[in-house]
Design a binder for this molecule. Structure first.
Ligand SMILES: [Fe+2]
Length: 578
């Protein structure tokens, strides 16, 4: 039984499940090289079917993530960095939005509510029509198709991918999806799912964070990690802006521990900030937003656990891309375990939708690892190297050669086997460097990545060395294989991983690596450890600024040719520029 899960919209993605097991997954951005591409993921679908040696005739069922499918043009508007006050719209819609903004809320909702609902319905009809055409174009027009609720997708992705145990709570939170911004689901001893609570989209804790991202001049649904990275640099008087603009705007409902309620409509939080936060320092605003989501989400989890009596939890949805929030959650005494879906934005919903349909037919398998993308033979890679006219060698022991270069302070990119799914490099499409030398940070950033000056890099750490560098790390409770949570560094961690930690607060966002997850990458780091005594490397994604994490040899070679990167280990080959 082959099930194709599809997420349409921001970071459109596809996953293939075969008899309940993940065969392949890919985002459209890997194919068109547009970060978070919202185009229908036709290229990604073709690529994963090709990888699995299947045609669309071999797909038994299509699972679409979400009930509300918007037309393609809507995503262009939604994710542009524009305010929500209507001034960017033209014509009748712009005028209506301006009138709505100056009217009393109750009157505006009487007049404009039906109009807004009508326009939304029109958009959804158009969205389904476009989807239907896209599926037909792929040869999937007659394949049975199921639409799966947006937050069920987040919950299925987190719980099923991570091998969910029983009983458990599943928390989902994001900007919004299918009109909902957060849910709590209980999985009982028998495996039955019950939704204990849901929060509507106007009280979205994730939406508040995204609105703050937009207010700070960054791109919502993409640059929230920059706001998080900025927060530790705030000054002590950040409390002022917190009290004035953020405190009490959203809280856990006094009457229902599973839901949030807000005093400010989170869809209009940009406008709220425009009235309360203009002129404030950008780092203080970032810190205030981070404090709000940490404090309120922790309360949500603590009160839900207390009410339900369930002490194992799974987390999915874009809010939990925030590794500092996840650090707070995993440290809670009320939880015996906390599991965070890797790359848990809407891209994970393609997998969640596929799991949901697969569960109707039988048991499903957890994700073994995230290396479920595209892989290439040495012959294919060599063909690309020749096309680029690059000089290359085929070292007898590539890992030993890479380890020598890293130990010598050189920066080396690594392109190996299947690409990792999601936003974070887990070693197969990576730029690696010595983590104990601060010049690594500047070389990687200035010559290749060009990231904002306050953003840290992260380490890949051998499981045998993790407790030396990470406070409160244990394999049993906090294995951290996916760079989706953070830890305070130990004194040794601050010394030996100095180029891979957050300079503002000394935290590390590690990938703790086991031989089972990636034997070849593990071997490489072991060789580096033998030369330096450090059981970790600095690991950042193989891409240039503004581009998605590379998936194909062409994307990797473009990065090499168009940046200050000097060494690229690709397949069994090593390319070194003069
Ligand atoms: Fe979502």
């Amino acid at each position: 039984m082959n099930i194709l899960g599809i997420h349409i919209g921001h970071n459109a993605s596809a996953f293939l499940l075969q008899d309940g097991a993940v065969i392949a997954g890919l985002s459209q951005e890997k194919c068109d090289d547009i970060k978070n591409s919202a185009d229908f993921p036709a290229d990604a679908i073709r690529a994963i079917l090709n990888q699995a040696q299947l045609s669309t005739d071999g797909i038994d069922h299509v699972a679409i993530a979400g009930n509300q499918i918007l037309p393609r043009r809507s995503y262009d508007y939604l994710f542009q960095n524009k305010p929500t006050d209507g001034h960017t719209r033209s014509g009748a819609v712009g005028l209506a939005l301006k009138l709505e903004a100056i009217m009393p809320t109750a009157l505006a909702s009487i007049i404009f509510g039906p109009l807004r609902a009508h326009r939304h319905k029109q958009r959804l009809t158009q969205g389904r029509k476009e989807l239907s055409q896209n599926l037909s174009d792929l040869g999937l027009g007659q394949t049975p198709c199921t639409y799966v609720d947006h937050h069920i997708c987040h919950a299925r992705a987190a719980y099923c991918s991570l091998g969910g145990t029983k009983p458990a709570l599943i928390f989902t939170a994001d900007g919004s999806g299918d009109g909902i911004s957060a849910t709590v689901i209980k999985v009982d001893d028998q495996g039955h799912w019950t939704r204990l609570g849901e929060t509507p989209e106007h009280a979205s804790i994730g939406g508040i964070y995204s609105a703050t991202t937009r207010f700070l001049g960054m791109r919502p649904l993409e640059h929230e990690y920059k706001v998080m990275g900025l927060a530790p640099y705030a000054k002590s008087y950040a409390d002022d802006i917190y009290e004035r603009a953020f405190a009490k705007t959203i809280q856990v409902s006094p009457n229902n521990p599973y839901c949030f309620e807000s005093t400010v409509d989170s869809r209009k939080f940009y406008d709220h900030l425009a009235k309360t936060a203009v002129g404030e320092r950008f780092d203080n605003i970032a810190a205030a937003a981070q404090r709000l989501i940490e404090e309120q989400t922790v309360q949500w989890v603590e009160r839900s656990v207390a009410e339900s009596g369930v002490h194992h939890a799974y987390f999915g949805g874009g809010l939990f891309m925030n590794v500092k929030l996840n650090k707070r959650i995993q440290e809670l005494d009320c939880l015996n375990s906390a599991h965070f879906m890797p790359s848990c934005g809407d891209e994970s919903n393609a997998l969640g939708a596929a799991y949901d349909v697969a569960l109707e037919m039988g048991p499903v398998q957890p994700l073994k690892n995230l290396y479920v993308g595209l892989s290439y033979s040495p012959e294919e890679i060599e063909g690309h190297l020749k096309e680029y006219g690059l000089n290359y060698t085929r070292p007898d022991n590539l890992n030993e050669t890479i380890a020598d270069l890293l130990a010598d302070g050189q920066v080396v990119a690594r392109f190996a086997d299947g690409n990792e799914w999601g936003a974070r490099s887990l070693g197969n499409r990576a730029i690696l460097a010595h983590p104990g030398r601060m010049e690594s940070f500047f070389t990687v950033n200035d010559q290749i990545k060009c990231r904002d000056f306050w953003m840290p890099f992260a380490p890949s750490v051998l499981d045998t060395a993790a407790d030396k560098y990470l406070e409160n790390w244990t394999m049993e409770r906090t294995p951290a294989p996916f760079m989706i949570t953070a830890f305070q560094s130990t004194e040794l961690g601050r010394k030996e991983l100095t180029a891979a930690l957050h300079r503002g607060d000394g935290t590390l966002r590690p990938q703790v690596l086991t031989p089972e997850a990636n034997a070849d990458y593990y071997d490489l780091i072991q060789r580096f450890e033998a030369k330096t005594g450090i059981g970790a490397v600095l690991n950042t994604s193989l891409n240039r600024h503004g581009k998605p994490l590379a998936a194909t040899p062409v994307q990797a070679l473009d990065t090499l040719v168009n940046s200050g990167l000097r060494h690229l280990a690709i397949g069994p080959f090593l390319v070194s520029k003069d």
